[in-house]
Design a protein around this ligand. Sequence first.
Ligand code: SF4
Length: 319
Amino acid sequence: MDTQVPLIETRKLKKYFKTGKGMLHAVDDIDMQIQKGSTLGVVGESGCGKSTLGRVVLGLINATGGEIYYKGKDTVKYSSREQKSLRKEMQIIFQDPYASLNPRMSVSEIIAEPIRVNHILHGKKEIDQRVKELMETVGIARRLAYAYPHELDGGRRQRVGIARALSVNPEFIVCDEPVSALDVSIQAQILNLMMDFQDDLGLTYMFITHDLSVVKHISDEIMVMYLGQCVERAPSRELFENPRHPYTEALLKAVPIPSLKNRGKPREILKGEVVSPIDPAPGCRFAPRCRYATEQCKAPLEFREVSDRHFVACRLTES
Ligand code: SF4
């Protein structure tokens, strides 16, 4: 058992949204821990609540219930000074770098802004020097310092987004589908860059994606979400080699395997109706799409440890 205090921990974390039809359960009772210097991959289809979870953890939107601990302390109990420092220590990299960068600011202004706003450096000379260093670190040529986002390609824009996140010396970064909008070859460059930073700076990542193949190599642990709930969590390798939840199995079958043998083979696509996330009934939310579903699956499920650090919420794993 890991006795180290996690950098980030959530307990029974919930985020519900009021709608005309009832409460939408975007995030429901999420328990997770991320150790310092490690990466938790959070995977699930669009609408499963993974991006909302990232924003709640960062404090960008308020939780409906549950607790968030940072370095072992409940963030609700942070003083306003500690809250301010927390905002610097926790950063986000967005999926669409174009939408997240101010189109009226040049590359150097975008990177310098958080340094100024957070009073990390004061003099123009020091700030310019830091911007130069950050551009070099993320691999943006110096000649692009005065370029605007629309003049850059997707990969370079994402590098600017990464430089901006790094400019405040964060400890924890939520990476929300950071490579989904990029070409496959650029994806690999950005992922490698992020892994290098993790090694060099000891960064901790929560890496959100709909694509399991993206998180396979970057994650220490993977959490699979379905309609606001965590259905399976395990060390990355274990999850790929021994998936125990039918939804994880289905996601794995949907991962393209680039080999001659698989060329032309259709990928398995999940069928079946997705239950509404508004006031969902107790029991397994995946049941209408699960080929193993029985009446028993309508009863509330336990998120059980089935082997070392491998947790699953499925009747099939109950003895
Ligand atoms: Fe399928 Fe039942 Fe397991 Fe849900 S609990 S994944 S419906 S077998």
